[in-house]
Write a protein that binds this ligand. Structure first.
Ligand code: WQD
Length: 334
């Protein structure tokens, strides 16, 4: 079976390529390196001991997509490629709508033309907005508070409409909670070049001394210690969820959404303290004002993915903290 992975050199994409190759899928990757480095290609090959085809380019480029589908019999697609920074999306909405929607439409049109009607889509828990209760179930109401989240919800709607128009499609919409951690090899992980928006990469940069102090965005939320609570999931668990989703869509038709989370919520201070304990490092932090748009708490009910996909997260918050730090130490030694 051959799977096309868009954005396959990115944080989640690269880990998913490793799991696909380990599961003996043939893999084809398209990526424009807008949020990743080209050396990830060789690292995936080193980790798995397997080769795969790579096309450098943009998923908006229909001529490139036509080339890929002409040269490879693609059985299914995992679609990661897209811009994903919440703050940047507020500042540059047109760039986000153009890139994330245009690339998806180009991909789906090409898939249709080549008779490939099986796709797993990288969505996000951000489509739930501020949940009415917790844990979050897939049938909760959907709303978004920023252009990034709106692109994810629009693409979900496009996929649902596509299935209504043609029941031959098989579509898995995967709603990620907060992916962190890294492959145990320390060869791939998350190491943004600029100042990180997200919590874990910021903690790691403070631990390594690259940044001076973590700002904890508010400690007056309605949570046990007042700091924001999220469902952190190990990126390898998340990647394994994609293998289960591919198995499911290869053997079924329909469109459905699945929460890929652990079902456990941890606060900012929980994560900071676990990170310090597990890695024996100090992470200096200070409490500051809330970040606009943040919600108090968010964590999944992952039972649908367990019952239908046969998947559940197995790695804990200590593994996530250990592997995240191990990767960045490895990168610094390179
Ligand atoms: C987690 C917690 C912050 C940074 C976002 C997107 C989501 C997904 C993951 C793409 C919150 C606090 C953070 C910092 C802090 N992205 N925090 N200091 O906002 O839950 O989710 O990233 O798919 O779609 O919405 O993740 O890591 O930014 O924040 O105190 O320097 O850490 O307030 O409580 P978030 P995050």
């Amino acid at each position: 079976m051959k799977v096309l992975v868009t954005g396959g050199t990115g944080f989640i994409g690269s880990h998913t390529c490793c799991e696909l190759l380990d599961a003996d899928y043939d893999v084809v990757v398209i990526d424009n390196f807008s949020n990743s480095k080209s050396d990830v290609i060789d690292k995936i090959k080193k980790i798995t001991g397997k080769d795969f085809k790579f096309y450098e380019g943009d998923v908006c480029d229909k001529s490139l997509l036509n080339k890929i589908f002409s040269e490879n019999k693609i059985d299914a697609v995992i679609h990661f490629a897209g811009y994903k920074a919440v703050g940047e999306s507020v500042a540059k909405p047109l760039m986000y709508y153009r890139n994330n929607i245009d690339s998806t439409l180009s991909l789906l049109e090409t898939m249709n033309e080549f008779g490939c009607k099986k796709i797993a889509f990288s969505s996000s828990a951000t489509v739930y907005g501020k949940p009415k209760s917790l844990p979050i179930k897939e049938d909760f109401s959907l709303s978004t508070t920023n252009p990034y989240g709106s692109t994810k919800l629009m693409i979900e709607d496009i996929l649902r409409d596509l299935y209504v128009s043609d029941n031959d499609w098989s579509i898995a919409i995967l709603r990620y909670f907060n992916p962190i951690g890294a492959h145990k090899s320390g060869l791939i992980g998350e190491n943004p070049n600029d100042i990180p928006n997200n919590l874990m990469p910021y903690i790691v940069k403070v631990a390594t001394g690259e940044l001076e102090c973590l700002s904890v965005f508010g400690n007056d939320y309605d949570t046990p210690d007042g700091t924001g609570v999220r469902d952190y999931i190990h990126v390898v668990d998340l990647a394994k969820g994609h293998i289960k989703a591919i198995e499911h869509i290869l053997n079924s038709r329909g469109v459905d959404a699945y929460n890929l989370g652990t079902g456990h919520g941890y606060s900012v201070l929980d994560l900071v303290k676990t990170f310090m304990d597990v890695n024996g490092v100090n992470v200096k932090y200070k409490i500051t004002d809330r970040r606009p748009g943040d919600i108090d708490a968010c964590y999944a009910d992952p039972s649908k993915a367990r019952d239908i996909l046969g998947w559940e997260a197995r790695l804990g918050i200590e593994d996530m903290c250990r592997d995240a730090y191990n990767f960045v130490k490895n990168v610094k030694e390179d």
